[in-house]
Design a protein around this ligand. Structure first.
Ligand code: HEM
Length: 189
């Protein structure tokens, strides 16, 4: 897993729970890296799992919820570091549909050694889409958060349901549909 995923995670933990919590989870995790990450380095995914597990125990929040919150936070880093990727799309469905064949393909070039999920699209039209997430890392709640944020980025809102296709969640089906916002201004007569 790339260092940026660790550095952003520890930054979020510091912002939301304080530096003491960062020190606590690192010192209770027995990490090969000793918790020293460089944004461009590559580290074992098990370290991320361990850090999330420690945080989950310490603050008593399920790991899946923390991964989801982390996805919401990580989105900011994506838009900050890769603004042109976002600007080259205008529709969130087109954007999500291109992760597999465009976005993560470019990511592999920029971040050698990146471990990325794969997405296969089952159906897509202008207001709904079904896709299957596959990854040994089972970070489907991270995917859900990034999807929600992508809709928000393009000024839309989506309802996202998921079904785990196996117990660990290494394969997860997403059903995404837009929510119509009723923004009509009512004039006072
Ligand atoms: C400009 C857009 C994007 C960029 C630059 C980007 C880049 C990355 C990077 C660098 C990683 C970490 C890889 C590693 O640590 O080895 C990652 C992981 C991931 N990305 Fe993307 N990503 C983008 C958009 C998205 C979107 C919209 C989704 C939503 C579905 C997504 C889903 C994921 C997931 C779920 C992971 C975690 C790894 C896993 O599940 O196997 N990405 N991405």
């Amino acid at each position: 897993m790339k260092g940026i995923v660790f550095t952003e995670f520890l930054e979020m933990v510091e912002e939301q729970y304080g530096l003491q919590t960062v020190d606590y989870i690192i010192s209770h995790s027995r990490l090969k890296s000793q918790g020293i990450y460089s944004a461009i380095g590559t580290y074992d995914f098990i370290e991320m799992q361990t850090l999330i597990g420690q945080l989950s125990e310490k603050i008593n929040i399920p790991a899946d919820d923390l991964i989801y919150t982390y996805g919401l936070y990580f989105f900011k880093a994506l838009t900050y570091h890769h603004p042109t990727v976002f600007r080259s799309y205008s529709d969130p469905f087109e954007f999500l549909a291109s992760i597999e064949n465009h976005i993560h393909v470019q990511v592999r070039k920029i971040y050698p050694g990146a471990e990325l999920p794969s997405f296969s699209i089952l159906s897509q039209d202008h207001n709904k889409m079904e896709m299957v997430y596959s990854s040994d890392r089972a970070m489907y709640m991270f995917a859900k958060a990034l999807m929600e944020k992508s809709f928000e980025y393009y000024g839309k809102k989506a309802h996202i349901e998921l079904i785990k296709l196996n117990e660990r969640g290494t394969q997860v089906k997403f059903m995404i549909s837009t929510i119509q916002c009723n923004n009509q201004n009512k004039s006072i007569s």
